[in-house]
Design a binder for this molecule. Structure first.
Ligand SMILES: *Cc1c(COP(=O)(O)O)cnc(C)c1O
Length: 343
């Protein structure tokens, strides 16, 4: 069997509810781009909407189109804005572009038929958004702006850049009229009230990622990968395991081979560093992660056998440290082959 990803709907909702409380007076939205950070955007949208979330962010019009039948009564924004090629979809789908270049502003003014938009200001991430000097000369006059926003570059760290961006955003917000103002992602919410404005936009923490230490005791794991045992074999002392022989038995060892691999998003960074558990016993990943298989050292007196399902340790902060991947990559890389089972 392919692996399966057990997804806790209760924890997803509890995480969003904590983020909403931590957002104080600000409304709490949800970033569901990249297919809901790998979990499945439709299922995430459905659960968060039932919990009271009314504002959602996707990256592209293709992502919005995939949810088009679900968008009545909620607000959806497309973070990459709008290109000429998107105008047909933009006219049909109940979503707004987040305008992020002068070219997009001009296009929406000509073709947007007076419909509302959002606007992204680049206050220092230097990645996407209108530069402050671009909006100072009336570029946005006449647009109906729902949310004016900016994005923090380093909110997960205690660095001066956060305050620099906040002050810059505050200044621009004072000069440009919008229905709402928004700056904070998951980590930004933890920076406190001054960063929260009217609307917060968490993603990572909804899905169990820990953006900053302040959130650690409140955010619960959502994704629990499980894989089935294909073989348990006894391997003699001094034998190597897996591709390129990166692990060698010191004594006779039992090795379980399970059906998960880097094609499922369990990437090679977990080679000799990841772990799993079965009936309360810990099984270390030994040898290299391959495309569809992983090998585990079975401890003494652990009666794991063919067909059993093991739980892969996937607490995001710990798994990120072990694999040297980011918590974001551990979510968005989850493979398509595995079933996603909500419980
Ligand atoms: C992805 C994204 C978010 C969510 O960020 P997290 O770090 O996952 O909480 C918020 N705002 C923008 C503009 C984004 O691109």
């Amino acid at each position: 069997m392919s692996p399966r990803f057990m997804l806790s709907g209760d924890s997803l909702v509890a995480n969003w509810q904590w983020l909403a409380r931590a957002s104080g007076r600000a409304t709490c939205a949800a970033a569901i781009k990249a297919n809901g950070y790998g979990l499945g955007a439709r299922d995430v949208l459905h659960r968060l909407r039932n919990a009271g979330c009314r504002d959602f962010y996707v990256a592209s019009w293709a992502e919005a189109a995939a949810l088009a039948d679900q968008l009545d009564g909620i607000s959806v924004s497309v973070l990459h804005g709008v290109r000429a090629a998107d105008l047909n979809l933009a006219a049909m789908i109940n979503a707004r572009p987040v305008l992020c270049t002068p070219g997009q502003v001009a296009l929406w003014r000509d073709e947007g038929a007076g419909r509302p938009c959002d606007v992204m200001i680049d206050t220092g991430i230097n990645r996407l958004g209108l530069m402050p000097d671009e909006v100072s000369d009336g570029l946005l006059d006449g647009l109906v702006i729902d949310t004016l926003m900016s994005h923090l570059a380093s909110a997960d760290q205690d660095v001066k850049q956060n305050e620099v961006q906040r002050v810059r955003f505050r200044e621009i917000a004072g000069a440009i009229k919008a229905r709402r103002y928004s700056l904070a992602n998951s980590a930004g919410i933890c920076l406190g009230e001054a960063f929260q404005f009217d609307l917060t936009r968490p993603g990572l923490a909804i899905y169990g990622g820990i953006p900053r230490a302040e959130a650690a005791s409140h955010i619960r794991q959502v994704v629990f990968p499980q894989a089935q045992v294909l073989r348990v074999a006894t391997i003699a002392a001094g034998q190597s395991v897996g591709y390129n022989a990166t692990w060698t038995t010191e004594r006779t060892a039992r090795i379980a081979t399970i059906q998960i691999g880097y094609a499922d998003g369990y990437l090679r960074g977990f080679s000799n560093r990841g772990s799993a558990s079965w009936q309360g016993r810990r099984l270390a990943v030994v040898g290299r992660v391959s495309m569809d298989l992983v090998t585990l050292a079975v401890p003494d007196y652990c009666h794991l056998s063919e067909g059993d399902w093991v739980d892969i340790d996937y607490s995001l902060p710990e798994a990120a440290t072990a694999s040297e991947l980011s918590q974001y990559e551990l979510l968005t890389g989850l493979g398509q082959r595995a079933a996603r089972i909500w419980r």
